[in-house]
Ligand binder design. Structure first.
Ligand code: SAM
Length: 482
């Protein structure tokens, strides 16, 4: 039987079934152990350290105890600490992005995904470079600066060369004052050599959802195609990092398996990356299975309610305090609002999950990957965020300034966020307001900018940021950054 070793490069050793089961037993035994729960909560709290703030994070065992705990006041405490952590490391900024579906050709047989190969009634489509350009213009015209590209796995229709061409096209389009400054990539697990090519193409984060950490279920849920190989899929992030990609994004597709098992696996994966590469995941996404073309989420017995989902998000926040957390438009406005209070730092806005969807007037459903719950426009999302006290940020500065991997994490830890990320968020918000916002959003936005500029601690930084915002308002000068 495989032995648990977070520093191993073998899937079954760093995501170890026996260790996960022992963790779940430990969590069950201690879910009413108030003394231990208080100790874990205390450990999770952010503490002041010189000019910055640090957080100890939690082990998968500690975090699993919190997840198992059902004492209302302790859950409330988890939410409060999750929010404290989010504010300490990410401030009140929320980064915005949109997915861009390139191709729904796929050779896999994933049981939860309508792109599975046997689905004959879904229209198959792959964007040409001209179509990519048109989609990017439509996205730029909304105000997006950051994309996550998505594609099915198909070595013939979507080879790596196709993905690289698309990335080049995306970065080359500059429509009016628009540009896409960060392309994150969500494509199937691949080789070190291909990850190196993605790195050379200038991608931001490489995102790959594990779907489920439960190997037996994984094999059943992915009965055919290259994705069937659990080990190859689970070890993908190590190959990505070996290929030079510093920022990787993890995720579980909640609803497929028992959430406590998935949660322990996810935190173990983060611990593994830290143990091997010295840096944890850049982001963690929390997708839930949704209705789609020939997919009924009720086919899976492990659906989780909104309360449990919120608790999972809060416990992730406590366990991996420096990792960004993403919630997509799979979730409704109401659920997104709740999650924003427990540690989410990035949301998608105005997403279309169909291939070529952004250039269509009406939301198309024929090539869609899943139903989008939050169907608001980007302007509505931006305005809604500000009304709730969050700064919508279109910032992409970090990776363009080489602040990736552990360099990004140390910026977080040194408390330099208010002198760096905060002004960057305000400058990119000003760009959005000037170029794309409705009159109401513009008015709210400039009021927010005025107030938020006062919170920049360094006088010099505050003056420069204010100067740049003036430039943005009075000219076409764009893309200032610290
Ligand atoms: N094809 C790539 C791969 O194999 O990892 C990733 C791209 S896929 C377009 C992005 C993600 O969508 C998948 O990893 C899966 O978690 C999610 N997804 C698939 N079907 C879904 C559904 N019915 N509801 C919600 N999310 C779904």
């Amino acid at each position: 039987m495989a032995k648990y070793d977070p520093a191993s490069l073998k899937a079954e050793e760093f995501i170890n079934d026996e260790e996960i089961r022992a963790t779940l037993d430990y969590a069950e035994e201690n879910r009413n152990n108030v003394e231990l729960i208080d100790e874990i909560l205390e450990k999770a709290r952010p503490v002041k350290n010189g000019s910055g703030v640090t957080c100890a994070g939690l082990t998968h065992r500690e975090a699993s105890v919190l997840l198992a705990c059902e004492i209302p006041e302790k859950i409330q405490r988890m939410y409060e600490i999750a929010e404290e952590i989010k504010l300490a490391f990410y401030g009140n900024r929320i980064v915005l992005f949109a997915p861009l579906y390139l191709s729904n050709y796929c050779v896999n047989g994933c049981l939860y995904c309508p792109y599975h190969m046997k689905n004959r009634h879904i229209a198959r489509k792959k964007l040409t470079q001209e179509e990519v350009k048109a989609e990017v213009i439509a996205l730029q015209d909304m105000g997006h600066k950051r994309l996550a590209i998505e594609a099915g796995e198909d070595p013939v229709n979507n080879p790596i060369e196709y993905i690289l061409d698309c990335i080049n096209t995306i970065y080359s389009v500059h429509h009016k004052n628009g540009d896409i400054r960060r392309v994150n990539v969500n494509i199937a697990a691949t080789t070190v050599e291909k990850y190196r090519k993605l790195k050379d193409a200038g991608i931001g984060t490489y995102i790959l959802f594990q779907e489920t950490y439960h190997k037996e279920s994984y094999l059943k849920l992915h009965p055919t195609g290259p994705k069937h190989d659990y080990d190859y899929h689970t070890e993908a992030m190590d190959r990505a990092m070996e290929g030079g990609i510093d920022d990787v994004g993890l995720g579980v597709l909640f609803g497929l398996e028992m959430y406590r098992y998935e949660f322990a696996g996810l935190i173990m994966h983060a611990e593994h990356l830290e143990a091997v590469h010295g840096v944890g995941p850049h982001t963690i996404s929390v997708p839930r299975v949704k209705k789609a073309d020939d997919i009924d989420p009720d086919m899976f017995d492990n659906g989780i309610d909104d309360d449990t989902f919120t608790k999972i998000a809060a416990c992730i926040r406590l366990a991996v305090p420096y990792t960004g957390m993403i919630v997509s438009t799979r979730e409704s406005e109401e659920v997104r609002k709740r999650l924003l209070q427990v540690g989410i730092s990035q949301v998608s806005g105005a997403s279309r999950t169909s291939v070529g969807g952004y250039t269509e007037q009406e939301r198309p459903h024929d090539t869609e990957q899943f139903d989008v719950s939050d169907q608001r426009t980007l302007d509505e999302v931006v305005s809604w965020l500000m009304d709730a006290g969050h700064i919508p940020s279109f910032c992409t500065a970090c990776y363009r300034e080489g602040r990736t991997g552990d360099r990004f994490m140390s910026l977080c830890k040194n408390g330099q966020i208010l002198n760096c990320c905060h002004p960057n968020a305000l400058m990119t918000l000003a760009e959005y307001l000037e170029d794309y916002a409705s009159p109401r959003t513009k008015e709210t936005g400039y009021r927010m900018i005025e107030e938020e500029l006062k919170r920049i601690p360094k006088d010099k930084v505050r003056e420069i940021a204010a100067e740049h915002i003036k430039d943005i308002r009075s000219s076409n000068r764009r893309d200032f950054r610290f």
